[in-house]
Design a protein around this ligand. Structure first.
Ligand code: ADP
Length: 471
């Protein structure tokens, strides 16, 4: 799990915040409830104490203390109702003390005397030595027969038990509620951020070759919709700029072809003029070479721009790659002979491919041309056509200069030349870029293995003909 993702961080924040809020709310509720419940119990006890004081003790001077004690016993039966009841005289002597309740919840003898208080009515939570507690309300009365303090109390145990259960319920319920809320939050965040994954996935596959495609727009009316629309507008502008630059290269190379052809024709004509001095003829010859080089570059640029435009492949035909390779090798044998390079060709089986024959021939020509060019005199170039795993494979191996490892990833880039001085004789670094574009247009690939000083092997893989054009 990615702990830095918005997904994760939002969920953790949400879970943390929710837990704190729930714990605080639970604690507040718990304390408030406990306080008000104890207060209610104490009020009831206070009313009872007041009742005893007002009804029974008010006339104690007429009825006498024993009568009061008997009445309390008869009317209130504290042992049965589980109450604590004590009537204390002003001098501290006890007039009446209830016996232990039937459930033996507390021992009345252990309840200390009430602390002196100036108030007429006062309450307390009296802790007992055995750890239990009583909620006691006291009422002070002064009659003609004397002054008394009536204390009425009940055990705090039932309330404590109830709150223990509530605490347990909160303790168990809280994690469950937090878990449900967090799972819900997690799913919501996931759903809300799902378009981001889709947008990122699509953005990953948009390249210069499919700039006409657009990112998915989630019609949610939120920031993500705005972002994807804005990104799509940006891609549209990039597409326009890209198309403009491609059109410029196509137009420029197209416009350059005609004057270059005229220039070449005129120069060829001039070179053949017998009236020219040898020195002038040599100069014109080297001019002609440069014009030819320029023409080659312009032709290659034009070819690349047409490949970039992905023009409709109208001339797709099925043919044998082995046959194309061997005829091309034969045609170029002369070039190799000049450098005393031996070309060998091996095409054991039929390797049927389907595509634009002229373009695929260009692939063979460019690879062979490079192999001859970058192999010193006396070297060898081997061409091999085979089939492998549904593909026709062409390998062009030479015993030439090789390509340094750091340059290998770039040799198929446009205008890339390993060594500017070494390539002075060659093109402008467009030959392999054309090879790559043609291979891709045919649904194939091209790769190279090379070791400096030992030679290079270019491998072209094209899908075997199966009657369907790659798109
Ligand atoms: P160029 O037209 O300059 O030959 P390419 O695109 O055909 O351009 O090749 C790019 C560079 O790759 C060349 O400049 C050359 O340095 C290197 N290269 C291509 N083929 C070979 C080869 N068979 N052996 C060694 N180097 C090669």
């Amino acid at each position: 799990m990615n702990t830095r993702s918005i997904h994760f961080r939002l969920t953790v924040w949400y879970a943390g915040l929710l837990t704190v809020v729930f714990v605080l709310l639970g604690a507040l509720l718990f304390l408030q409830l406990k306080h008000s419940l104890e207060a209610t119990v104490l009020t009831t006890q206070a009313r009872r104490a007041e009742q005893i004081a007002e009804t029974l003790l008010a006339n104690v001077n007429q009825t006498g203390e024993p009568y009061v004690v008997n009445e309390i016993k008869d009317l209130y039966e504290p042992e049965v109702s589980g109450r604590f009841l004590r009537v204390t005289r002003k001098d501290g002597s006890v007039l009446y003390l209830s016996g232990p309740p039937n459930d033996q919840g507390f021992d009345p003898n252990e309840v200390p005397a009430a602390a002196p208080s100036a108030k007429r009515e006062f309450t307390r939570r009296q802790a007992l030595p055995d750890g239990r507690a009583l909620l006691i309300a006291a009422f002070r009365t002064a009659t003609a027969g004397g002054s008394y303090v009536v204390e009425v109390g009940v055990s705090a145990l039932p309330i404590e038990k109830m709150f223990d259960r509530l605490l347990l319920l909160l303790g168990l319920g809280l994690p469950v509620v937090v878990l449900i809320a967090v799972s819900g939050g997690y799913l919501l965040v996931r759903r809300a951020l799902a378009p981001v994954d889709r947008i990122a996935g699509k953005a990953e596959v948009i390249t210069q070759h499919n700039l006409s495609e657009r990112l998915p727009v989630a019609r949610t009316g939120d920031e993500l919709e705005r972002l994807s629309i804005a990104l799509n507008h940006m891609i549209t502008r990039l597409d326009d700029a890209f198309q403009n630059s491609k059109r410029f290269v196509a137009d420029a190379s197209h416009e350059l072809r005609t004057p270059l052809t005229v220039l070449r024709g005129e120069l060829e004509h001039l070179v053949r003029d017998a009236r020219l001095a040898q020195d002038h003829r040599d100069r014109l010859g080297s001019l002609l070479e440069e014009v030819e080089r320029l023409t080659k570059i312009v032709e290659r640029l034009f070819a690349l721009s047409r490949l970039d435009a992905g023009e409709a492949q109208t001339e797709w035909v099925p043919f044998d790659l082995g046959e194309l390779v061997s005829t091309t090798a034969e045609q170029m044998a002369l070039l190799a002979e000049d450098k005393k390079i031996v070309i060998s060709c091996e095409a054991a089986e039929r390797a049927a491919v389907e595509g634009d024959r002229a373009r695929l021939k260009q692939v063979v020509v460019n690879l062979l041309d490079n192999a001859i060019q970058y192999t010193p005199e006396g070297g060898a170039v081997h061409l091999k056509v085979s089939t492998f795993n549904g593909h026709a494979v062409l390998e062009v191996t030479d015993t030439g200069a090789g390509i340094p490892a750091e340059a290998v990833p770039h040799v198929f880039d446009r205008f890339f030349r390993v060594d500017q001085t070494r390539s002075r004789e060659g093109g402008a670094g467009l030959g392999l870029a054309i090879v790559k574009s043609i291979c891709h247009a045919h649904g194939g690939t091209v790769e190279v293995e090379s070791a400096v000083g030992r030679g290079s092997r270019f491998r072209v893989k094209l899908p075997s003909a199966n009657g369907q054009h790659p798109q």
